[in-house]
Design a protein around this ligand. Structure first.
Ligand SMILES: Cc1cc2nc3c(=O)[nH]c(=O)nc-3n(C[C@H](O)[C@H](O)[C@H](O)COP(=O)(O)OP(=O)(O)OC[C@H]3O[C@@H](n4cnc5c(N)ncnc54)[C@H](O)[C@@H]3O)c2cc1C
Length: 296
């Protein structure tokens, strides 16, 4: 079944990026549809403490307040998963058996963490098991920390955590061995290297350590995991958009327009993975669309 009306903009994803764009466009009295499947990364953030004016706010609350605010400016919000976008004269966005036409599209569908196969992660996720230095590095201050990963980047992360947050750092690499050029620096910084594979996070209400496959326990209060994330972008495949030099994120202009005219991409799909940055990018795109819609 085809939805009749032509939207000025369809926004994919009700995270900070999409909601901020929706609020701006709603306040330009534009016809805006926001499609969201729910359960994004922001809703997994137990407490966000680096968002201006919010000393400590659960990610879920940012989302629910943002949805309420966007609705108050007449933004239509539907629950659903976008599966495809095609462009002819206008964009046509497919979600849940519906096809929605629009002049512009803003993609703010975020990313999904790659988590290592360690039991009990979800019990401690966001509380003492972290995946992002910018989000939660501060919360490891002065604590007994394990940095777990499997790349050179993980070694750099352990050194950065030591410099900024805590003297008590253990580096745990899955299959990789630490390159010898780093051994001296790690030792100088008092960073321990744990061998073997982690199996399970242990502790009742508080994290107490990581049980290894050989049964040994590496004591810790917090874990910083470093396995990156995948982009929520499968619905963009048919557009064959340009990517960056690592062929991972999408290449965009300074106003976040992708290589497809009229399709904008914000948040971790094109750049940084921080709530306030995604929100700023959403605002910026909306201001750009204000101009382009007036020109049309
Ligand atoms: C545990 C944790 C703690 C964090 N702490 C902080 C912090 O302290 N400070 C900070 O700035 N940032 C923090 N972040 C990161 C922050 O949440 C992200 O930077 C932010 O989510 C990016 O916003 P976004 O709008 O791009 O994406 P998201 O918030 O991920 O929202 C994307 C939305 O799009 C939806 N979606 C995806 N695919 C589709 C599809 N095909 N169709 C429809 N909808 C779709 C998702 O379900 C989701 O609702 C944290 C993240 C996590 C996981």
């Amino acid at each position: 079944m085809a939805a009749e009306k032509l939207y000025d903009s369809i926004i994919i994803g009700a995270g900070p990026g999409g909601l901020q764009a929706a609020i701006y466009l709603g306040r330009y009295n534009r016809r805006v549809l926001l499609i969201d499947r729910g359960g994004g990364r922001t809703s997994h953030a137990l407490h966000i403490e680096n968002f201006l004016t919010q000393k400590k706010i659960p990610g879920r609350e940012i989302i629910s307040l943002g949805i309420e605010q966007a609705r108050s400016f007449h933004v239509e919000i539907v629950k659903g998963t976008v599966t495809n976008i095609v462009k002819d004269q206008h964009f046509e966005v497919s979600a849940e058996e519906e096809k929605y036409p629009s002049r512009f599209v803003i993609v703010s569908s975020g990313a999904t963490e790659n988590l290592p196969p360690i039991e009990n992660i979800h019990k401690f996720f966001g509380d003492s098991f972290f995946t992002c230095i910018d989000c939660d590095g501060y919360r490891t201050t002065g604590k007994k920390l394990v940095v777990v990963g499997n790349s050179l980047h993980t070694v750099h992360l352990a050194l950065a955590m030591r410099e900024m947050y805590t003297e008590d750092v253990t580096l745990m690499l899955y299959t990789m061995t630490v390159p010898t050029v780093y051994l001296e620096e790690l030792e100088e910084n008092g960073i321990r290297i744990a061998g073997g594979r982690p199996k399970r996070l242990v502790g009742d209400s508080r994290l107490e350590g990581i049980e290894m496959e050989d049964g040994g326990i590496v004591a810790c209060e917090v874990v910083m995991s470093n396995f990156g994330y995948k982009l929520n972008d499968s619905f963009l495949n048919t557009l064959h958009l340009k990517k960056d030099s690592d062929n991972f994120k999408y290449a965009t202009s300074r106003s976040f327009e992708s290589s497809c005219d009229g399709l904008y991409i914000v948040g971790p799909l094109s750049g940084n993975d921080q709530a306030i940055i995604a929100a700023g990018e959403g605002a910026l795109v909306a201001i750009e669309l204000k101009k382009r819609l007036l020109e049309q």
